[in-house]
Design a protein around this ligand. Structure first.
Ligand code: FEO
Ligand code: CA
Ligand code: CA
Ligand code: CA
Length: 631
């Protein structure tokens, strides 16, 4: 790995280098080994107790017969370095990495990758999940900054010879460009902008003090030199997807936290459990060289304090963020909240790594509007999903009894191991989870899993078989799929559900088997690697992609990463937006009047936005020219 320049790598690719899995068989062979497209459809027909209008075969005919619920004309693929939206819509930039949130921050300067001294006073790097809140009549967006790109943020032009972290100042700059931004936004005649110096503006970074609560708080494995009580931690790491609570707070989700820790002594023995999480002696940003709390040799427990869901109150800039350990420790993608029929809180959660799992948290207490919500995310039960080939599924409780672990704290610290112990289903990288706003069902993007094969295992040794009729049916799955489940008796608190695949992405121009995708994938709406996902107020599913945008070979005809809209009732999927080449489209929220959609553009290529000297991750706004609502 040392011989490879990692400064351009995505986190997925970096993790892949860190954890090389056995090579899969050659592509032709795995294609032949997968079930036929026809066979898969037959399996889907088993959804629920009978074939219904929801099955994918039915989708095509329903689509032809029913009036479309799409309010836009779908757009073609693109391969350029800008954004495209349907006719009748406009877009513009809300904010880009480096834009000041406060007037005391240095203005954006492309020659130095942004001012190091005020990196925690500007909009951070690599925008990801976000949510908009109405606070005192103002519109406030909380948005994640997932990671940094050393070659852009520490440019050689600023006197850096290497664009690598080789000083404490470099490390601090990168720490301050990550985390979360909370910012007030306002609409003008020409678009939308940040309200600089708003009292709501705030940066939360890799160093912001936060509180640990829930079963793992105070556990011996969470105690460090600086925090012998194990209840106070500095910072949040690799903030990926997001969520919103029913009581108006923001949930930010710590994903690839493993890569932030390293060992200054290469002979350091890794503590139990580190291997399952991919924590090793080599880090990505060399924080451990300049800050001992990231050094596994000196502080072996610090890494146990990351990998959680963090709750932030966007209405109170002085509030302390809270890490909710009851929601488990893994590579959290996002968090989707809903209620059981008896008003207990449900949070669906995905663990984005090959062969990891889909989770559900259910609180013990019930939610009442205006009531005390402080313990709802501390006191409850975590479950993991097991999918059966007959279209049924179960939520398996993770408790000391079911897992054989000593106590609930260990379940919340070594959650992956707990889920393996109960026999959960290994998934094709669970990314965003979303709960329908109109139907008793929920969805999870399973982005891809190039390593799924008959002889493959996840990091815990659990088999990653490619089995016909399962939610992860394809070996060498480069395209991804979206699984849908309907809880028994329409109660998200039920421990059983029925499932099907809403869509299986694929390329019908290149393949005529399972890799062509499901029937609702056509030459006109092809995409790969569904990742971000939000359901709007009409129940339509907005799907964002983070895949191969080469537009060649297996991916020919798919173009740049994109945002599509899916109708869960007909199966129809239509392309709404294309991002700049090189970018991932991730993060979506709406203005309070639903007339503007805000969309995240992460790690763009070229000169996005607006002929910038270096590409800048940005949040853009999209409006209809006639002022009608979107979503
Ligand atoms: Fe940060 Fe799994 O996406
Ligand atoms: Ca440097
Ligand atoms: Ca993602
Ligand atoms: Ca992804």
């Amino acid at each position: 790995m040392k011989d490879i320049d990692t400064r351009h790598l995505s986190w997925d690719d970096w993790d892949e280098l860190r954890r090389p899995a056995p090579e899969t068989t050659d592509f032709d062979k795995v294609v032949a080994a997968a079930m036929s497209r026809r066979g898969f459809m037959t399996g889907v027909l088993a959804f629920g107790s009978a074939a219904t209008a929801l099955n994918l075969m039915g989708s095509t005919s329903a689509q032809a017969q029913s009036a479309s619920r799409f309010a836009f004309q779908p757009i073609d693929i693109q391969t350029d370095f800008t954004i495209h939206v349907p006719e009748g819509y406009d877009w513009g930039v809300l904010v880009s990495w480096g834009d000041p949130l406060f007037s005391d921050a240095a203005p954006w300067d492309p020659t130095n990758g942004g001012d190091a001294a005020t990196a925690d006073r500007v909009f951070g790097e690599n925008t990801d999940g976000m949510e908009l809140f109405e606070v005192d009549g103002k519109q406030v967006i909380a948005v994640n900054h997932e990671y940094v790109n050393e070659d852009i943020n520490l440019p050689a032009a600023a006197g850096e010879s290497t664009s690598i972290v080789d000083s404490a100042e470099d490390a601090m700059k990168l720490m301050n460009l990550q985390g979360v931004t909370v910012m007030e936004v306002a609409e003008t005649d020409t678009g939308w902008g940040v309200v600089v110096d708003s009292p709501f503006n705030r940066r939360i970074t890799n160093n912001t003090p936060m509180t640990l609560t829930g079963p793992a708080a105070g556990h011996a494995l969470l105690q460090t030199t600086a925090d012998p009580a194990g209840t106070t931690v500095l910072g949040t790491l690799n903030n990926c997807g997001a969520g919103k609570t029913l009581w108006g707070t923001y949930l930010t989700c710590e994903e690839n936290f493993n890569g932030y820790f390293g060992a200054t002594d290469a002979a350091t023995t890794m503590p139990d459990g580190f291997d399952r999480y991919g924590i090793g002696a080599e880090s990505r940003y060399a924080y451990e060289q300049f800050n001992p709390r990231f050094d596994i040799t000196k502080e072996p427990n610090e890494a146990n304090r990351f990998g959680y869901i963090v709750e932030i109150d966007p209405a109170d800039p002085d509030s302390t963020p809270i890490k909710r350990t009851a929601l488990g420790r893994f590579k959290h993608e996002n968090a989707a909240m809903t209620l059981t029929t008896d008003n207990r809180v449900v949070v669906y959660l995905g663990d984005d790594e090959r062969g990891e799992f889909l989770y559900r948290y259910v609180s013990n207490g019930t939610y009442t509007e205006g009531g005390d919500t402080s313990a709802l995310l501390d006191d409850g039960t975590l479950y993991v999903a097991k999918f059966e080939a007959d279209g049924s599924g179960q939520w398996l409780a993770l408790t000391p009894e079911t897992t054989g672990m000593d106590d609930l704290a260990m379940v919340c610290i070594h959650t992956r191991q707990a889920a393996s112990a109960v026999g959960a289903t290994t998934m094709d990288r669970p990314e965003w989870v979303a709960v329908s706003t109109t139907l008793p069902e929920a969805y999870c993007c399973l982005t891809n899993n190039s390593k799924r094969a008959e002889d493959a295992v996840n990091a815990g040794g659990d088999a990653m078989l490619a089995e016909d009729g399962t939610p992860n049916p394809r070996a060498g799955n480069e395209y991804g799929q979206i699984v849908r489940w309907r809880p028994t008796n329409t109660d998200h608190g039920a421990d059983t559900f029925a499932w099907d695949l809403y869509v299986m992405a694929g390329n019908p121009d290149v393949h005529d088997d399972a890799y062509a995708g499901s029937a609702n994938v056509t030459s006109g709406n092809m995409f790969n690697s569904p990742d971000g996902m939000v359901v709007d107020s009409n129940g339509m599913i907005w799907i964002q992609t983070d895949g191969d945008d080469s537009n060649e070979g297996e991916f020919a005809g798919m173009g740049n990463n994109q945002m599509l809209v899916g109708d869960p009732e007909t199966g129809e999927i239509a392309r709404f937006l294309t991002g700049p080449n090189g970018s991932e489209v991730t993060g979506l929220t709406w203005s309070t009047d639903k007339k503007t959609a805000f969309v995240g553009i992460q790690h763009p290529g070229g000169d996005f936005p607006n002929a910038s000297p270096v590409p800048r991750s940005s949040v853009v706004w999209v409006r209809r020219q006639d002022g009608a609502v979107i979503g």
